[in-house]
Design a protein. Structure first.
Length: 458
């Protein structure tokens, strides 16, 4: 009886501890990783590093000098050696290990064995990054960071850089307009495309940049950000008037650049430029980011007159995509579908959009429109996005690289508040003043009257 009592006394706390750990793993994976997952995975890695590398075929024969030393000092068999391992660096989401490759190895060997390493060390995923020739980083992610997105506390900021989402390897996805000037974002209804656009506008609002919008859904997506917008077109007719103004602005900026290039001989080479970023600060015009929501609405026509207007708008968009980067004009094109069936010029415009972000789509053809021409293997990843995970997307570029990302939640009220607080940063562009949206006056909130108690007198 006493033994049973002792067993119950010991087993109760153990069961409670195990239940608490299981609950934390399901509901609070970050806390579970920091307290339980990190120590367990570290012990597994240190104790099984050599055997796991050998099982994965990532070991090589030792050098002749080492083999002779082993034979001379011990009677053990000379075994293959794993890559030399650096210090294990824990992070809030996993572990990082730097490995020096043995002669004859390449990073692709480790990338091919990433799934085996994941199971051997009990982590969620393993990613391989090349640091320099002969050195790679293994990033071990302890849990699914895309289930509940938490952006890192320290994120690199800069001009025209917006940390808009989190990658599946726990690194931030930064939209850098200087590196990738134009981007196409596709997604079905309720896929998270609007949330992605909301983060971009909120991230650009505190910066010195002009924001221009074309929202053919009567402005329901971009109108809440009107205090920060320099121009807004809410239907194809207004867009047909706005786009020529942007093209003229681009041509004026090219004239400014050419005037700078035509300065006197003997000018230092560093003062000769081919884009606005080489101009002095006092001469450089403010960059412009054009957001086009539901781009298919610009292609739809009903009459012959609409067809002529459509051709003009598409031509102007193609010109901005081809020539706008040097003039500091960047495009962010969004829609549900974007293919050749939209009409003449659609494929040519898509080819100019370097960046691609594909949220959940309704058919495989839509995913191929976004990713098929740059990363065919990413098409299947985009088609497998579940409706229960809005904001999850596949991001790629014309280099062929791609990754899964997810945008954190940002309420429309918070994004609109950011735009209102930065309304004083709207640059002075005379050409865009006729298209400046009307900002409704917010009602002044008055405090409820305070009723003081009446004093009691005799």
């Amino acid at each position: 009886m006493s033994d049973l009592t002792t067993l119950l006394e010991v087993g109760g706390p153990v069961a409670a501890l195990g239940g608490g750990a299981a609950y934390a793993r399901a509901k609070h994976p970050a806390a579970y990783w920091s307290t339980v997952g990190l120590p367990v995975s570290t012990v597994r890695l240190l104790s099984s590093y050599g055997s796991v590398m050998e099982a994965c075929g990532l070991t090589v024969a030792p050098s002749r000098l080492r083999a002779l030393a082993v034979k001379a000092t011990t009677q053990r068999e000379v075994r293959p050696v794993p890559p030399r391992r650096g210090i294990i660096r824990p992070t809030t989401t996993g572990l990082r290990i730097r490995l020096r490759l043995a002669p004859g190895q390449e990073p692709a060997d480790f990338a091919a064995s990433a799934e085996r390493l994941r199971h051997a060390w009990g982590v969620h995923a393993v990613y391989v990054t090349t640091v320099k020739p002969g050195v790679v980083d293994l990033r071990l992610v302890g849990y699914d960071v895309l289930r509940r997105v938490r952006m890192p506390r320290k994120v690199a900021h800069g001009p025209l850089k917006v940390p808009v989402a989190l990658r599946e390897d726990a690194t931030p996805f930064i939209r850098d307009y200087r590196t990738i000037p134009h981007q196409l974002t596709l997604g079905a209804t309720l896929s998270g495309k609007s949330m992605y656009l909301r983060h971009l506008i909120a991230g650009l609002s505190p910066q010195s940049v002009a924001l221009v919008g074309i929202d053919c859904k009567r402005g329901v997506e971009l109108a809440p950000f009107a205090p920060r917008l320099s121009a807004l077109a809410t239907d194809p007719e207004q867009a047909a008037e706005l786009l020529p103004v942007l093209v003229n602005e681009m041509e004026d900026r090219y004239d400014l650049i050419k005037a700078r290039q035509g300065i006197a001989p003997g000018t230092p080479d560093e003062e000769i430029t081919s884009d606005i970023w080489g101009l002095p600060d006092h001469e450089r015009p403010v960059p412009i980011v054009l957001f086009v929501d539901e781009v298919a609405e610009l292609f739809l026509v009903a009459t012959k007159k609409d067809e002529e207007r459509r051709d003009e708008m598409v031509t102007q968009l193609i010109r901005l995509a081809q020539l706008g980067r040097a003039a500091g004009i960047y495009l962010e094109v969004c829609g549900q579908r974007f293919g050749a069936e939209l009409g003449k010029g659609a494929t040519m415009l898509r080819a100019q959009l370097t960046g691609r972000v594909c949220h959940r789509v309704n058919d495989e053809a839509s995913a191929k429109m976004a990713l098929g021409d740059i990363a065919p293997e990413a098409v299947q990843a985009a088609c497998s996005i579940a409706p229960e995970r809005p904001g999850l997307a596949v991001a790629g570029d014309t280099s062929g690289g791609w990754s899964r990302i997810r945008t954190p939640y940002l309420s429309l009220g918070d994004a609109a508040k950011t735009c209102r607080e930065s309304a004083h940063l709207v640059p002075d562009l005379p050409a865009l003043k006729p298209f400046r949206p009307d900002v409704p006056v917010r009602p002044v909130e008055t405090a409820a009257p305070v009723f003081l108690p009446r004093p009691v007198t005799d």
